[in-house]
Design a protein around this ligand. Structure first.
Ligand code: PMP
Length: 423
C-alpha cells in the first residue's frame, strides 16, 4: 500500500486511548520511544505464556520451540533491513551496539581476535570521524576509544540550516581516517543524511563506516546492504518494539574479522581454563542469556511495520512533518533547528521558543495532553552549535494524524502569550 489510514491504525495501539489531564493524549514523542501495537505486546506475552525456555540448549520441546522462535525473529528483523540472519547481532539497544563496536575495535587494537582483526587496529594519530550532530551514544563510546588508543577525533560540521557540510566532509575524511561513524537521521534535525556520499568518501580511504539508524529504521524503508555501510545499529523501542532489544548489522566479512566485546557463555566453541575459542558471528557477539521475548516482540513490530508498508509510513510521516514545519514557521518567536529547504526528512522538528524555557513549553503542552520532549535530546554539542542548551521536539510516527499536529500547533501558538513573552 502507498497510503495508510492512521485513524484505523490507532485502534491497534491501546495506549492512544488514554486521557491526560482530561484531554485526549496527543503523543508526539515517538523519537524518544514509540508506542507499541497490541501485536507486539501479545507476541511477548504469548511467548512467556506458552513457549518460554532457555534457547540454544536443553533437549526438551520447549527449548527447541523457543530456539526456533528466537532464530525466526532474527531472520524477520534481518529481512526488514535487507540483511541475512547471520548479519544481525542482538544487542540491548543502539547504545549497546555502538559500544560493542567501539570496544571490539579497541580489542583489535590490543591484538585480540583473528589475524584479520588487525585491519581494525588503531595507532596513535589515526582518525575517527564523527559529525557535530550525533547523539551522545555515537560520541562518547568513540571518545573512550580514542582515549584508550591515542586515536584522534575529528568532526564533520553542520551548516546553519541543518545539512551536513559535505565539502568539509571531503577534507575531514582523509588518509588517516580509519572509522567514519554518523547518523542516518538526526534525532534533533529530522533530516535524512546523504549516506551514499559519506560512504563513498570513507571507502576512498579504506575507513570502516558505522551508521546510527535509530531514527531511520522506524520511518523509512531501510536496506542496509544497499546503503553500503559496514556496520549499523538500530533500537527496538523506537520502532514499535520492546525495550532492551536492538540490532547490530554488519557486512559478513566485517563481523567475521571483528573480535568480541562481551565474553562468556553462549559465544564459545571450546573453553579451557586458560584460553577459549569463539563462535562465528552473530553468536560471537552474544555472550550470556539473550533478550529472547524482546527479540520475538521486535519481530512482531517489524512484521507490523512491514504489513503497513514502509513506503506508506514514510509518505504519511513526511506529510505530517511538512505540516508541522509549515505551522511552526507561522508561529511568532519559534526558531526551527534544521529548517533546510528541499531535503528529505522524517516527521520530526525541534525548535526554540524565544523568551520561554523549553521545559515551560513542555509543561504547558502537557497541561493540554500533548507529549513532546524537552532538553538537549542527548545531543548537547549540536545544541551548543546552535547557541542553545535545550529545545522542544515534536516527533510523529505512523499512528499520528493531522489532527495531532494541529492540536499541537494551536497549543503552541498560545505559549508565548501565556508566558508574556515578546509582549
Ligand atoms: N542514536 C540516536 C539517533 C537516538 O535517537 C537514540 C535514542 N535516543 C540512540 C542513539 C540511543 O538508542 P538506545 O535507546 O537504543 O540506546
Amino acid at each position: 500500500p502507498t497510503t495508510l489510514d492512521a485513524r484505523a491504525l490507532r485502534e491497534d495501539f491501546p495506549i492512544l486511548r488514554r486521557q491526560v489531564d482530561g484531554h485526549p493524549l496527543v503523543y508526539l514523542d515517538s523519537a524518544a520511544t514509540s508506542q507499541k501495537p497490541r501485536a507486539v505486546i501479545e507476541a511477548e506475552v504469548d511467548f512467556l505464556t506458552n513457549a518460554n525456555a532457555a534457547v540454544h540448549r536443553g533437549a526438551h520441546t520447549l527449548a527447541a520451540e523457543a530456539t526456533e522462535l528466537f532464530e525466526d525473529a532474527r531472520a524477520t528483523v534481518a529481512g526488514f533491513v535487507g540483511a541475512d540472519a547471520e548479519q544481525i547481532v542482538w544487542t540491548s539497544g543502539a547504545t549497546a551496539g555502538l559500544n560493542l563496536v567501539a570496544y571490539a575495535i579497541g580489542n583489535a587494537t590490543l591484538g585480540r581476535g583473528a589475524p584479520a582483526s588487525a585491519r581494525f587496529a588503531l595507532r596513535p594519530g589515526d582518525e575517527i570521524v564523527l559529525t557535530e550532530i550525533e547523539h551522545h551514544a555515537n560520541l562518547v563510546p568513540w571518545q573512550e576509544l580514542a582515549a584508550r588508543t591515542g586515536a584522534v577525533l575529528r568532526h564533520i560540521p553542520v551548516h546553519d540550516d541543518g545539512r551536513l557540510d559535505l565539502d568539509a566532509a571531503a577534507s575531514v575524511i582523509g588518509e588517516r581516517t580509519r572509522i567514519v561513524a554518523f547518523t542516518h537521521v538526526s534525532n534533533v534535525l529530522g533530516i535524512v543524511n546523504p549516506v551514499a556520499e559519506l560512504v563513498a568518501l570513507a571507502r576512498r580511504v579504506g575507513a570502516v563506516t558505522v551508521l546510527d539508524a535509530c531514527q531511520s529504521a522506524p520511518h523509512l524503508a531501510l536496506d542496509l546492504p544497499d546503503l553500503g555501510v559496514d556496520l549499523a545499529v538500530f533500537s527496538g523501542h523506537k520502532m514499535l518494539g520492546p525495550y532492551g532489544i536492538g540490532g547490530l548489522y554488519g557486512r559478513a566479512e566485517i563481523l567475521e574479522a571483528l573480535p568480541p566485546f562481551l565474553t562468556g557463555g553462549s559465544m564459545i566453541t571450546r573453553v579451557g581454563l586458560d584460553s577459549s575459542e569463539y563462535l562465528p558471528p552473530p553468536q560471537r557477539f552474544e555472550a550470556g542469556t539473550q533478550p529472547v521475548s524482546q527479540a520475538i516482540g521486535l519481530a512482531a513490530a517489524v512484521r507490523y511495520l512491514g504489513g503497513v508498508g514502509m513506503g506508506a509510513v514514510h509518505a504519511h510521516e513526511r506529510a505530517l512533518g511538512a505540516r508541522l514545519l509549515d505551522g511552526l514557521r507561522g508561529i511568532d518567536g519559534v526558531r526551527i533547528l534544521g529548517d533546510a529547504p528541499g531535503v528529505e526528512r522524517v516527521g520530526l522538528a525541534a525548535f526554540d521558543v524565544d523568551g520561554v524555557h523549553a521545559h515551560d513549553v513542555g509543561q504547558f503542552l502537557d497541561s493540554r495532553g500533548i507529549a513532546v520532549r524537552v532538553g538537549h535530546h542527548c545531543a548537547a554539542p549540536l545544541h551548543a552549535r546552535f547557541g542553545l542548551t535545550a529545545s522542544v521536539r515534536a516527533s510523529a510516527a505512523l499512528y499520528n494524524t493531522e489532527d495531532d499536529v494541529d492540536v499541537f500547533l494551536d497549543a503552541l501558538a498560545d505559549v508565548r502569550p501565556f508566558f508574556g513573552a515578546g509582549a
